[in-house]
Design a binder for this molecule. Sequence first.
Ligand code: ATP
Ligand code: LTN
Length: 326
Amino acid sequence: MKKILTGLKPTGELTLGNYIGAIKQMQKLQDQYESYLFVADLHALTVPQDPNELRRRIKDFLALYIACGIDPKKNMIYLQSENEYIPAISWLLECSTYYGEASRMIQFKEKSKQHKNFSVGLLTYPVLMAADILYADIDFVPVGIDQKQHVELARDIAIRFNKVYGDTFVIPEPLISEVGIKIKDLKDPSKKMSKSEENPNGVIALLDDEKSIRKKIMGATTDSEMNVHFDEVNKPGISNLMNIYSALSNKTIEEIEKEFEGQNYGTFKKKIADIVVETLIPIQERYHELLNSDELDLILDEGITKSKEIAKNKYIEMKKKMGLER
Ligand code: ATP
Ligand code: LTN
């Protein structure tokens, strides 16, 4: 069976965008692949974090993965920082990565421009991501388009290492989620719905209560026409709501256009709010159940034990090939 792996960084609350674009994708793929899903908490440290906030979020992310339908029997679910072999592997890989390559990453260039003082971690972050992937001989990495370049760097590092030290790593490929399924901010549909967005009115967090979900959707930016028609250029707000409805109902865009023919935006938005609430309330109930039992810890203990075993073997193999032994 081929292997897939992905991780999410706990740098904000999980959003409906993360659910539709990442978690639901993993859920769909879990029957066809051996699947790994982790919380990339080490990656969160590249920018300053409040330790108490981070601690809470890590737990929320892990519980939400499972509550959203990621099956622990089909997925290895774990917390990145509990596997100390990963940063150790990352160091070995850093020494096979050129400074030029790392400093050419678009995300590094953008984020380093935003701050006067930024950490070395911001530069080496894609190498840690390569370690996340390469330790487990992963075939496919489902990611958003913004992470494609990082997976390509992981490929380059793996190819180089294999050439110098002999076959060690499987060469991974990015798996970019379906084009078009980019959920936009409800207030400003020109940008994606993002967990690090400061204005909460355009972002639905998975743990938002029913009242605020409805309020945010009813207040979503639309247009002055009265026509539920898909046109991402001229009607980005309506098209975004249609994408959300389509992803959550499994109806096609054409079916949705027919369903709302001749109806006003108020009726349409209410239907979107209903389906978002119907989707998120059971997830929230399961999330609370998980936090109030020891089920979550048992799942994570199992995940990290397997992950460490695999990483340990890869680390030993790498060290031997590189001459690190007495
Ligand atoms: P940040 O704002 O901190 O960059 P983010 O919410 O954009 O966070 P990422 O951590 O970059 O999320 O992405 C995690 C995963 O969620 C990726 O696979 C990405 O493709 C997916 N994702 C994030 N936002 C959306 C969105 N609005 N629509 C669809 N998929 C999304
Ligand atoms: N860098 C990614 C999160 C991430 C990841 C990974 C994704 C860390 N390690 C390994 C896929 C595979 C992000 O910022 N979204």
